[in-house]
Design a protein around this ligand. Structure first.
Ligand code: ADP
Ligand code: MG
Length: 413
């Protein structure tokens, strides 16, 4: 074959291709928008959908809002309020950091925003097309318009993939897309029990998913995955490395929020590691850059350092399919390695062909995690993955075996 000339792609085409890598389907758009709402410190997130999110995907939050002055840049690629320099990636505390989500949406859908910063006199409404402010209708200007609105932000995405027909036709059915969206919201609702989530179909009088704010993880699991799962739930909270035993001051810093595992088993697991609880680990993890407060062992050997919190069903529960919710630094991710390893832990405990429910939340110092390996951030890479997997599985097995006599369940559900 003769070589073809190399040509520069047109910018609009480049943008559309790039957008397609991030926004695969309504659920991936929704995930980005949910994460933005959580980054904005929202305590209430309401999602409304039409045609599984393809016709309409709207998400209303009560977060910090967007300043009117920033609306011009909102949908521009690589424009973000979350990092300013490369080093910021090493101390990332937000889901977002690349400024690509809204830009991507604006290249494959009609995007509009209503937002109000608390204390401002009014809300502002703006429309976007291909990364830029655009008029809502022909004849109007593209400038944001004042309007009535609550504190927070409502993002409306309409006609997703209207300009990428192949992508649109690859999606099988709006009911499947709807189910995927519900699944993403359900997972985030378990991980963020202090936030109220609502999801409904447009025009439907009652929501398909509704969680209260100020709930606990266990309550959220009961509400969203059912009483059968909640009844047989065990928990653990553990960390690596164990804290130096001589540091008594840390032991007093027990976090008292109701999102902490409360089972005897969790306490037992922790006691074997000198009484460290998640709050304390987080303090160490958060201050990982500060040599003085870094746990001694981590300084001396390698820097393997993490904490994990898990809720998982006992041997009394078995389902046809494994439900595995994995969060790494609060990000919903997949890890085939961890999943397989946990499956193996249960293989000898459950009847053949049956599976557990597992929610696992792992926190690592941000500088050990690279969330930037996958366009949708679905996979993250982190150091010590193998050792962490082994240690977490050992702990889960320990609690499972310990619970076999009964009476060591999560209480208060
Ligand atoms: P990123 O989240 O990586 O910064 P996005 O394209 O998702 O990129 O969002 C761009 C910017 O828009 C964010 O940095 C944030 O300042 C603002 N933003 C987006 N959604 C919201 C929201 N729901 N509430 C407040 N600000 C938002
Ligand atoms: Mg974002």
């Amino acid at each position: 074959m003769d070589p073809q000339p190399i040509r520069r792609l047109q910018e609009a085409l480049i943008n559309r291709i790039a957008a397609g890598e991030i926004i695969h389907r309504p659920a991936s758009a929704l995930k980005e928008l949910l994460e933005n709402a959580l980054d904005a410190q929202s305590t209430s997130i309401r999602v409304t959908l039409k045609d599984g999110g393809l016709k309409l995907l709207q998400i209303q939050d009560n977060g910090c809002g967007i300043r009117k002055a920033d609306l011009g840049l909102l949908a521009e690629r690589f424009a973000t309020s979350k990092i300013a320099r490369y080093e910021d990636l090493g101390r990332l505390r937000t889901y977002g950091f690349r400024g690509e989500a809204l830009a991507s949406v604006s290249h494959v859908a009609h995007l509009s925003v209503v937002t109000k910063v608390k204390g401002e006199g009014c809300a502002w409404k703006a429309h976007y097309l291909d990364g830029k402010l655009a008029p809502a209708k022909p004849g109007l200007t593209a400038d944001p318009k004042p309007c009535a609105g609550n504190d927070g932000t409502t993002i409306t995405v309409e006609d997703l993939f209207y300009n990428t027909p192949t992508r649109l036709s690859a999606l099988r059915s709006s009911s499947e897309e709807y189910a995927r969206i519900l699944d993403v919201i359900t997972r985030y609702a378990v991980h963020n029990p202090s936030v109220s989530f609502v999801c409904k179909k447009s025009g439907s009088p009652s929501p398909d998913l509704s969680t209260p704010s100020n709930s606990t993880t266990q309550q959220a699991i009961r509400l969203l995955y059912g009483a059968n799962v909640a009844r047989d739930l065990l928990s653990l909270s553990t960390s690596y490395p164990p804290p130096p035993p001589q540091d008594a001051s840390l032991g007093k810093r027990k976090r008292d929020d109701n999102n902490k595992p409360v089972s005897d088993s969790a306490q037992n697991v922790d006691e074997e590691e000198d009484g460290l609880d998640k709050g304390e680990v987080e303090m160490d993890v958060d201050s990982a850059s500060n040599e003085n407060t870094k746990p001694k062992k981590a300084r001396e050997s390698d820097d393997e350092q993490w904490s994990a919190e898990a809720f998982f069903t006992s041997a009394n529960y078995h389902a046809k399919k494994m439900v595995f919710l994995l969060f790494i630094n609060h990000r919903l991710v997949e890890s085939p390695r961890l999943k397989r390893a946990l499956e193996n832990v249960y293989a000898n405990i459950l009847p053949k062909g049956t599976f557990p429910f597992i929610y696992l939340s792992i926190s690592l110092p941000p500088h050990l995690v690279d969330p930037n390996v996958h366009p949708t951030k679905r996979e993250v890479h982190f150091l010590h993955e193998e050792k962490l997997t082994e240690r977490v599985c050992d702990k889960v097995l320990e609690v499972l075996v310990g619970s076999a006599g009964g009476g060591r369940r999560v209480s208060g559900v």
